[in-house]
Structures are given as C-alpha cells and as structure tokens.
Design a protein around this ligand. Structure first.
Ligand code: MN3
Length: 236
C-alpha cells in the first residue's frame, strides 16, 4: 500500500466512523432502490416439469437468478428515474434510447428480466404440439414441425458459452435465432415467441455437461397453446 492510498484508507475509515457516530446507534443501510420492476411468480410448482426439468433447478433459476436480474435492473433504473415509467419490453426494444452510462446494464439485466419472464410462461408439461395458424406458419417456414424441432435443437447446441435459442417472428416470418448472454431478439426488431435458456444454470444440476439431453427434454415442456396465443397477438 502506497502512503497515498494508506492516507486515503485512513481518511475513509474516519469518514465512515463519523457517519456512523452522527446517525446514531443503528446506522441505516444504503437506501435500496425502489422496486420498479418485480419478480413475477413462477406460475406453477417447482416440480411441475419433473422429470424434464428438476425442481431444484427451477427454484434456483427463478428465485435466485431471475430475482438477481430484477434487483440489478432496479438498481440501474434508479440511476435514471426517467426510465422507471417504461416497460421492460420498451427498454430492451429501444436500447438506443437508454443513456449510454446504463445501457449495458439495461441490455443485460433488462434482457435477463424480459427473457426469463417469457421463459416461465411457455413451459408446461404434456402440452402437445403447435396447432392452428402457428402450426401452418411453422410448416410454411420450416417444412414440417419435425424439421423445426430438429433445427431448433441443432441451433441450441451451437450456442457457445451462455445464451439463448429463440423462435422469433421477424418481418412476418418465423425464424430460429441465437443470442449471446441475455441479449433479446427484441433489441434487433424481432419478436420472440419462445426461447430455450442454455446458460448452464438452466440445466447443470440435472444434466451437467449433457446439454443435448436438456435440449431434448425442453422440447417436451413447451406450452404450445401459450406460444400459439402469443403468435396470434403479435400478428395483430
Ligand atoms: Mn436463466
């Protein structure tokens, strides 16, 4: 430690001690940012997707990982109160409108919040396959549902590191796209219909390095009725 940094350290201790002394016996912790964004409920029991996705993974994924994205998003927005009235979709879809100083936080934490909020909603065990207009669109853009399943699985295996594979509605067509980290197709003008989280936190407890098994199991817990309704809504 150089004399200069030691002097600063001592000064900091004196300042901190002074602050504690003036604030009374019970020092107030640093103000926590207002809870603008909230962790949505999972919407089903942790074990509802067993054995495809295990209860412990679901609990940690929702209660710890998603909660952390929400807390950090709130901390970022607290630095720029003008953003507090915007929806997370709006923030993530228009990153250019976010002040540069917190843009990366909004991209990562806002993306994390949006992506996971969608993820929980399109998970359901034994929900069958796509129907109606969504099935027709999949057949038109991928040839057949089985082909879509194959391409989606292949794409999920190609995500290097942490990221997502998405079924996206982009310029009126369905597409399969990968994004790194917590980037969302929303930020590039696409509308995600469903996504598989291939961060290791999404599967490692049960599947360890066997991502291919997780990707296969995921395809058995897609809530196609929800995805179909989202497709209809996004088409207007
Ligand atoms: Mn995740």
């Amino acid at each position: 430690m150089t004399p200069l940094t030691r002097r600063n350290a001592i000064k900091n201790i004196i300042l901190t001690t002074g602050a504690l002394a003036t604030s009374g016996a019970f020092a107030q912790p640093a103000a926590t940012p207002p809870e603008v964004f909230k962790l949505p409920p999972l919407g089903f029991d942790y074990d509802a997707l067993e054995p495809h996705i295990d209860a412990e993974t679901m609990k940690i994924h929702h209660d710890k990982h998603h909660a952390a994205y929400v807390a950090k998003l709130n901390a970022a927005v607290a630095k720029e109160p003008s953003l507090a009235s915007k929806s997370v979709e709006d923030l993530v879809a228009h990153l250019d409108a976010v002040p540069e100083g917190i843009r990366n936080d909004i991209r990562n934490q806002g993306g994390g919040h949006f992506n996971h909020t969608l993820f929980w909603q399109h998970l359901k065990k034994g929900a069958g396959g796509p129907q109606g207009d969504l099935l027709k669109a999949i057949e038109k853009d991928f040839g057949a549902f089985a082909k879509w399943q194959e391409q989606f699985g292949d794409s999920a295996m190609k995500v290097f590191g942490s990221g997502w594979t998405w079924l996206v509605l982009r310029a009126g067509k369905l597409a399969i796209e990968n994004t790194p980290n917590q980037d969302s197709p929303l930020s590039t003008g696409g509308q995600p219909l469903l996504g598989i989280d291939v961060w290791e936190h999404a599967y490692y407890l049960k599947y360890q390095n066997r991502r291919v098994e997780y990707v296969k199991a995921f395809q058995d817990v897609i809530h196609w009725e929800f995805v179909g309704a989202r497709f209809k809504k996004l088409q207007g």
